[in-house]
Design a protein around this ligand. Structure first.
Ligand SMILES: [Zn+2]
Ligand SMILES: [Zn+2]
Length: 141
């Protein structure tokens, strides 16, 4: 088994189901791993996205832009602690942000993310194997 040491979580911890592009990396085994991981991630994200959209008004938490069913795809679920595995059902780790504010939020926290990832990796060994998270970054989000 190849170990992947790609940094996770820099721009990828809240892709919010928007990454539907297929990875352009060769190797069917990696493709399979990525496909499986991506499917699981999408299922999980769909779950918390739905919950968050039920809990909160459809308004960007930064620029206060309002959303309707028509443009709801541009409203994303951000994780306040940048850990997409942290999904308390009371929604305390979620924040609804439009695409632009979400990008800004992550750009501001690139350094913070790095230290967070190191901490997270220590606590949860399974978190070290996330090839799809790195691929999201390669795809440019
Ligand atoms: Zn916004
Ligand atoms: Zn986010």
């Amino acid at each position: 088994m190849v170990m992947y040491t790609v940094p996770v979580g820099i721009t990828t911890d809240c892709v919010d189901g928007m990454n539907m592009k297929k990875p352009s990396i060769n190797g069917s085994r990696l493709d399979q791993i990525v496909a499986d991981a991506r499917r699981h991630q999408e299922e999980r994200e769909k779950g918390y996205r739905e919950q968050a959209l039920k809990l909160y008004p459809w308004i960007c938490g930064r620029c206060a832009r309002e959303f309707t069913l028509k443009n709801l795809a541009e409203l994303t679920v951000h994780h306040r602690d940048h850990n997409h595995d942290n999904n308390p059902s009371d929604g305390s780790n979620w924040e609804l942000l439009c695409l632009y504010c979400h990008d800004n939020e992550h750009a501001r926290y690139i350094n913070a993310d790095k230290s967070l990832d190191r901490r997270r990796t220590k606590q949860d060994p399974a978190a070290t194997f996330k090839p799809f998270a790195g691929l999201d970054g390669l795809l440019g989000k």
